[in-house]
Design a protein around this ligand. Sequence first.
Ligand SMILES: Nc1nc2c(ncn2[C@@H]2O[C@H](COP(=O)(O)OP(=O)(O)OP(=O)(O)O)[C@@H](O)[C@H]2O)c(=O)[nH]1
Ligand SMILES: [Mg+2]
Length: 375
Amino acid sequence: MSRDMKPKWSDPERPDAFSSYVRKGVETEAEAAVFQKSGRFQKKGSGGPTVAELTKGVLEGNRGLLARAITLIESNAERHFSQAQELLQNLLPYTGKSIRIGITGVPGAGKSTFIESFGTFLCEQDYRVAVLAVDPSSSLTGGSILGDKTRMEKLARNPRAFIRPSPSGGKLGGVHRKTRETMLLCEAAGFDVILVETVGVGQSEVIVRDMVDFFMLLVLTGAGDELQGMKKGIMELADAVIVNKADGLNKKEAEKAKEEYNRILHILQPATKGWETKAYTCSALYSTGIAEIWNEIEKFKKQTKQSCVFDDRRRKQTKEWIYSMISDQLHYSFFRHPDIKKQLPKIENEVISGDRTVASAVEELFKIFKQSEHK
Ligand SMILES: Nc1nc2c(ncn2[C@@H]2O[C@H](COP(=O)(O)OP(=O)(O)OP(=O)(O)O)[C@@H](O)[C@H]2O)c(=O)[nH]1
Ligand SMILES: [Mg+2]
């Protein structure tokens, strides 16, 4: 098992200033056995925290224990699942009080730089900020979009901020469930703004839209080409379109792009009922336009709370979460089933060689699955 590592951006001179670690997830039952000893989530002989200790630690805002709690949630070992759920159950009454903000944009749009600047601004306003990430590639590479970045150096050292790299996929609902549950843990630990970063390259922005209250899309200038290529669908998910890098020689262009985006947004369906999605400019690098964006988010919160759209959306998101977990769980139990694993290659071959229809193959597999469930 790999040892815990501090992220590269942590300051070697001030080892105490960073309480998060990049830790490899627990992948196998064998690894889990090392972690688990008589109901405890712990390393062998290390006297690690129990669920009760984790609950208390998270509620007290203890960052070390919060990090341990998240590691428990992220564990892919089945035996950790019930402990993680017990922990969440304990913490559930203390969740839900933050504003959850999603940030997407193409690679290089400046998401990480924006979070550094925006997060630091919020900390200065006395908020406590948690940064999470949904990385569509991490389930394949095991990597993390935040792991290799030095863009959040300042925020990472801020005692009011907590940065957690993207979990790797694995089983039992994968990244989707882990990020949502981590969000709840951070809320119970007293973080009042949760920022979720994701690269805008496909499904991940839809997943993040489904777990946040306010969703923003970071874009660059050169709007002419970009607008033509940009999928209308992504813009329709956004509560704000932010034209970043509005600084130096680019400032004028950025203002022009903002007007163009506004013209298009005007004719699109708004993402949130009663809220007009508009374009704004900012410079994440020089921290200009940041306060204005926060003002808009506060306005959004007030307005949607009053109209009940805020709470309605959260209820709907929770409901959809149930259904996505059911299908994840079905998917997982189906494909890990020993009889299915045994029969699948043979039946698959029969279909490919034209000896069998797809529907009859699937029917047969489900028969096998259901029969052995009842054994
Ligand atoms: N001039 C200028 N440069 C910026 C600004 N924001 C970000 N950059 C630069 O743009 C580059 C990409 O920024 P990142 O913050 O890493 O972008 P990202 O969207 O997080 O990129 P990925 O993580 O790869 O998806 C870096 O070189 C930043 O310094 C800005 O407001 N102005
Ligand atoms: Mg980034």
